[in-house]
Design a protein around this ligand. Structure first.
Ligand SMILES: [Zn+2]
Length: 481
């Protein structure tokens, strides 16, 4: 005896399958169902494209999640997969036998493949599994008649070869396959490409949209009807840096208002919107309150970054019921120093039992404004993250704030600006005052509760572009070292 372990059942099956790909379809139908997912992973790992094609065509289950297996930068593998789908569409199956109904190309690992790895671990256990157990892991939506293909798409003007191939393939089959895109990212892409994609992947399936464009208001308005059709949108990220650089592209005041109205009115069409992120949305000023007023569902996240907002916008915060269940509120890079923050205090008062993270970085708030927010802030007992970096607070008000945070028992990460007293008349940081005052603030807080992660930071140094941060000790900018 050589002492070698005899080949396990799955190893024998693997050898049989991979040795003769041309005959794979015959043994595939005789292989116990529990080994098929494992064999399929092996075929992908070894880039056995002919076997991939054959296995997809003969796939005996209703669901096939290939997103974690397929490399979208390998055209041959993608072609093999899609050729297999084409073959599957024309193939006749015996009555009652499961057949592929959902091809999931999203890049997420699925529990489906865990069954295969369990089978790898133990032959004896694997032999007791049968096809019913594999099918149990399938989502309910697998029970459909027409083949459905689910993808996440990132669209730009420069589509790589594989993506262009896939989209062209999909376009030609939109009558025979249900195409469904759940997450869509749009970088700057021509209208024609977007129109074609929306014709194949109906907008109502999109649950997450990220729009990173430099579109003008006019182009955004052209896109608005597609946006409005995304009725099942849960999360939207808008960062349109529209730039009217050409005088020809400039539009009149009346047209501008019309375009903005068209874009904003779409927000009244979303049935399950929960997370809204808006970054550098330059037309937002004086219109944010209109967007908030349009919402049909309570938000969990509102993030406004590097936008201008008006007092009218801010006033709507305290009376917009769809903000009263926020878990995350982010107002970053929004200049607040000239605004009355009472409406924000009103909102924070409503969020005492729900708000988990609060971000007011780069808002140029002053002492008088923090004093307004303080009574409501101190009641937000669920907060686990707060960021006040880059605001202009004195030592006295920072101390006052920290003394009123005894209820913040869930706080994990807290970030504050250093007090104004750390700077000299020219705005330079004094190393001694920085260390001394930050330590004093730290002691003030520790008298109330024990922080987990806390830091005090200066504004960005005008000379070296870095900040001084006081947390676990002091880290100075390059000039002060
Ligand atoms: Zn410096």
């Amino acid at each position: 005896m050589s002492g070698q372990t005899p080949p396990t059942l799955q190893k024998r099956a693997r050898q049989t399958q991979l040795r003769d790909e041309a005959l794979a379809i015959s043994p595939l139908e005789n292989v116990p169902a529990v080994y098929i997912p494992w064999l399929f992973q092996e075929a992908f790992a070894g880039r056995h494209n002919s076997l991939i094609k054959t296995m997809v065509a003969a796939w005996p289950f209703q669901y096939l999640p290939v997103g974690s297996l397929i490399n979208m930068h390998n055209l041959e593998t993608l072609q093999a997969l899609l050729d297999g789908v084409d073959r599957r569409l024309t193939r006749k199956f015996p009555p009652g036998r499961p057949k592929l109904q959902v091809l999931d190309m999203r890049n997420v690992h699925h529990v489906f493949w865990n069954i295969g790895s369990d089978a790898n671990d133990s032959d004896s256990d694997a032999e007791t599994l049968d096809e019913k157990q594999v099918v149990k892991a399938l989502p309910r939506y697998a029970l459909r008649q027409r083949l459905k293909i689910i993808v996440d798409l990132s669209i730009s003007s420069q589509l790589n070869e594989e993506k262009a191939y896939f989209l062209n393939w999909a376009k030609q089959r939109k009558g025979s396959i249900n195409f469904c895109c759940t997450k869509m990212k749009i970088w700057d892409a021509p209208d024609k490409v977007i129109r074609e994609i929306m014709n194949v992947f109906h907008p109502e399936h999109i649950t997450e949209l990220e729009l990173y464009t430099d579109w003008t208001l006019l182009r955004l308005a052209h896109f608005a009807p597609y946006f409005g059709q995304m009725k099942n949108l849960e999360k939207v990220f808008l960062a349109p840096l529209h730039k009217n650089t050409s005088p020809i592209m400039n539009i009149t005041g009346a047209s501008k208002v019309k375009c903005i109205k068209k874009i904003i009115s779409q927000f009244s069409k979303f049935n399950c919107l929960q997370h809204v992120f808006m970054k550098r949305v330059h037309f937002l000023r004086d219109h944010l309150h209109q967007i908030l007023g349009c919402l049909r569902t309570p938000l969990q996240t509102l993030s406004i970054t590097h936008c201008l907002i008006s007092q009218t916008d801010l006033d709507s915060f305290s009376c917009c019921h769809n903000l009263f269940k926020l878990k995350n509120l982010e107002i970053r890079g929004v200049t607040l120093f000239a605004l009355d923050l009472m409406p924000l205090r009103g909102l924070l008062g409503k969020l005492a039992g729900t708000l988990k993270s609060l971000d007011f970085q780069w808002c140029s708030m002053k002492d008088s404004q923090l004093i307004v927010l303080l009574p409501a802030l101190s009641q937000c007992s669920q907060l686990n993250q707060i960021n006040f970096y880059s605001n202009d607070f004195s030592m006295a008000i920072l101390k006052d704030l920290l003394q009123h945070t005894a209820t913040w028992s869930k706080m994990n990460v807290e970030q504050y600006p250093v007090p104004l007293e750390c700077y000299d008349a020219l705005g330079h940081v004094s190393r001694e005052r920085f260390v001394e005052l930050c330590q004093e603030l730290m002691d003030t807080l520790r008298a109330k509760r024990e922080p987990k992660s806390i830091s005090f930071a200066t504004n960005v140094c005008q000379n070296c572009g870095k900040t001084c941060v006081y947390g676990q000790g002091a880290r100075l900018c390059s000039c002060l070292q």
